[in-house]
Write a protein that binds this ligand. Structure first.
Ligand code: GLU
Length: 353
């Protein structure tokens, strides 16, 4: 029997800076499964505040990957929804206002340290064999000095004030209790000099405004979470549940990369893998249904999905297993289904292979 769980609001928030990595799409799949399992909502938000790295092709690939795997979303840039817009560059004013409010309340400050000065600081720290960190010098700049720099056209950022002692901890749904010492964290930038927010500020404001209950993301974000908790505290808002999902490694235990073969869902599509097989395979990268069953269709994965069964150790991408699983799904097709899958490949120009 399946128990009921309260409806979640989860989001997939990719940065369109490159073709989405298959691990990233696996996280989207977990989001989707959790939303469908609980009768909640799956939101897609495009995090495009790094304008210099924006890539339109990457944005298209994000949506194509979701569509190919049947990960339909309830709210998003194309669909709209109660919290539109769902593209961060269209929400800029909200971030600028929040940063100003944090300065006003004394939680953040304007900083006119130039990139050259930061570089010199890092060089000194390197020479002294100290870890690179911002030294908080902007805390001591007067409003007049900042105004002078502004008039002189120097870049002005906004940084959060991080206390230099104490600790911060949170309960991760997968990792359990995680703690960090605040002295390890410097005053970090929340608004860049181009008036665009950093990821740290933007995603918190958006997750809050969009009523996100659970943040599922790769566990390489864990070390940034204390920063995020500091921002929540400064804004006086409650953080969501954090669910840091395990990374995906190759069979050699190195982080999955091009070296191991195709790293995007669309490459598997183009090589003729069935979306149902890739869906099933990805679902088992870091999650298990609780027994040895390996071939599970979409409905069964949704029915059995739970955060509790996401592993806390890295998943291994085993291409042989994907080959095998794809074979299982192909053999299950009837003749019409098989023809439907094969024809597009036969109609492809020879140059595409
Ligand atoms: N934009 C971030 C990324 O693509 C999102 C991380 C998150 O899910 O919070 O890595």
């Amino acid at each position: 029997m399946t128990s009921t769980i309260p409806p979640v609001r989860v989001r997939y928030a990719p940065s369109p800076t490159g073709i989405p990595h298959i691990g990233n799409i696996r996280t989207a799949l977990f989001d989707w499964a959790l939303a469908r399992r609980s009768g909640g909502q799956f939101v897609v938000r495009i995090e495009d505040t790094d304008r210099s790295r924006y890539d339109g092709e990457a944005e298209k690939a994000i949506f194509d990957s979701l569509k190919w795997l049947g990960l339909d979303w309830d709210e998003g840039p194309d669909k709209g929804g109660p919290h539109a817009p769902y593209t961060q560059s269209e929400r800029q004013q909200m971030y600028v206002d929040a940063a100003a409010q944090l300065v006003e309340s004394g939680h953040a400050y304007y900083d006119d340290t130039t990139p050259e000065q930061l570089h010199a600081l890092r060089e000194r720290q390197r020479a002294a064999r100290q870890p690179p960190r911002y030294d908080g010098r902007g805390r001591h700049r007067s409003p007049e000095e900042i105004e002078g720099s502004r008039q002189a056209g120097l870049p002005i950022t906004v940084r959060l004030k991080v206390p230099d002692h104490g600790s911060v901890s949170f309960e991760d749904a997968i990792r359990g209790k995680v703690s960090f010492e605040l002295k390890e964290i410097d005053d970090f930038v929340i608004l860049k000099s181009d008036q665009m927010p950093t990821y740290h500020l933007a995603h918190i404001l958006d997750d809050h405004a969009m009523g996100i209950t659970h943040v599922l993301r790769g566990d390489d974000w864990i070390s940034s979470t204390p920063r995020h908790l500091m921002i929540h505290k400064a804004l006086g808002i409650e953080p969501p549940e954090y669910v840091h999902v395990p990374l995906i490694l190759g069979k050699d235990r190195a982080k999955l990369s091009k070296r191991h073969g195709a790293t995007s869902a669309l490459e598997y599509r183009d090589e003729g893998y069935l979306p149902e097989a890739v869906f099933n395979f990805l679902a088992l990268l870091g999650w298990s249904p609780g027994d040895d069953t390996e071939v599970l269709d979409r409905d069964e994965i949704v029915r059995r999905f739970s955060i509790e069964r996401i592993n806390d150790s890295p998943a291994t991408f085993d291409l042989d297993k994907l080959e095998w699983m794809n074979g299982v799904y192909i053999r299950n097709l009837d003749t019409d289904g098989l023809m439907g899958e094969i024809l597009p490949f036969m109609e492809r120009p020879a140059s595409e292979g």
